[in-house]
Design a protein around this ligand. Structure first.
Ligand SMILES: Nc1ncnc2c1ncn2[C@@H]1O[C@H](COP(=O)(O)OP(=O)(O)O)[C@@H](O)[C@H]1O
Ligand SMILES: [Mg+2]
Length: 266
């Protein structure tokens, strides 16, 4: 059964995005459904980050239509665009925190930009968000250089949640984390999605994340979505790249560099 339009929170149609004489995305179409965790996969350089950045308006498109929360950027008023921008949170691939600001100040940053709150209320909200991602009041006064990789990602996530978003965009959120921290971060994303009713658009190459938390997956190749669906659809795909990725050696856990004797019988 086709989901009704009301369940579609982001709709991308025939999107063309390019640089110079090359189109990275070539008539790509994709729907994101309300409340789902959608994983975006594809070879390095296939345009995953470009797709995310185009949806949020950081990269111009050449053709096509993008509708978010029933708002089309091309025809929407500045107020309407501002309103949808307040309804999303973003964790970039190079999700650097401001190194000169404390953890708390980093989380307060979007609130300063978009909301008029008293200092004490803003701090209170920031501390609540930090609590939601498992960080303490002590962590709040630390600087980014004092944090582990996993903690930096958590702060970046708390900052993405600062404005109570409906949609969260995550670009490779677990890259650079060890497998245990990555697994904990995945669990956190899943918990937040459930408790806050978030819709999550997650670019990832982490097969564990894809298995553990994604409701659906969209694979990008040749500038298009070539396969889209739950994990079982990916596993059944005959598309050469999708097949190699999901059924290849890396899909069997060796991606973590663990010999099977350590990870135990499968
Ligand atoms: N601002 C830019 N200018 C020129 N080329 C770009 C720009 N951003 C991305 N690209 C190119 O677009 C392609 C897709 O990049 P990207 O979306 O970052 O890939 P990935 O799927 O690994 O996230 C790459 O070939 C990249 O070099
Ligand atoms: Mg990328």
């Amino acid at each position: 059964m086709e989901p009704s339009d009301q369940q579609i929170i982001i709709s991308v149609r025939d999107l063309v995005v390019g640089f110079g004489d090359r189109n990275v995305l070539d008539h790509l179409s994709l729907d994101v459904r309300r409340g789902e965790i959608l994983g975006i996969v594809g070879a390095s350089g296939s345009g995953k980050s470009v797709l995310m950045r185009t949806i949020i308006g950081l990269v111009p498109k050449r053709e096509g239509q993008i509708t978010i929360l029933n708002t089309d950027r091309d025809t929407a008023s500045a107020e309407a665009i501002n309103a949808i921008e307040r309804h999303w949170g973003i964790l970039f691939q190079q999700g650097a925190l401001f190194s000169s600001l404390t953890v708390r100040q980093n989380v307060e940053f979007p609130m300063r930009e978009y909301l008029t709150l008293s200092d004490s209320l803003r701090t209170e909200v920031a501390m609540t968000k930090l609590g939601m991602v498992g960080l303490s009041a002590q962590d709040a006064e630390k600087y980014p250089s004092e944090l582990s990789g996993g903690m930096v990602k958590r702060v970046a996530l708390a900052r993405a949640l600062a404005l109570d978003p409906k949609i969260v965009f995550l670009d490779e959120p677990t890259s650079g984390l060890d497998p245990i921290s990555a697994g904990e971060f995945d669990a956190l994303i899943k918990t937040l999605q459930r408790t806050l009713g978030l819709t999550v658009f997650m670019v990832t190459h982490d097969l564990d994340s894809l298995h553990a938390i994604c409701d659906r997956i969209a694979a990008i190749a040749d500038g298009k979505v070539v396969v889209e669906g739950p994990m079982k659809t990916m596993l059944a795909s005959e598309h050469p790249w999708v097949k190699a990725y999901f059924q290849g050696a890396r899909a069997r856990g060796e991606i973590l560099g663990e010999p099977s004797s350590v990870s135990g019988p499968h």
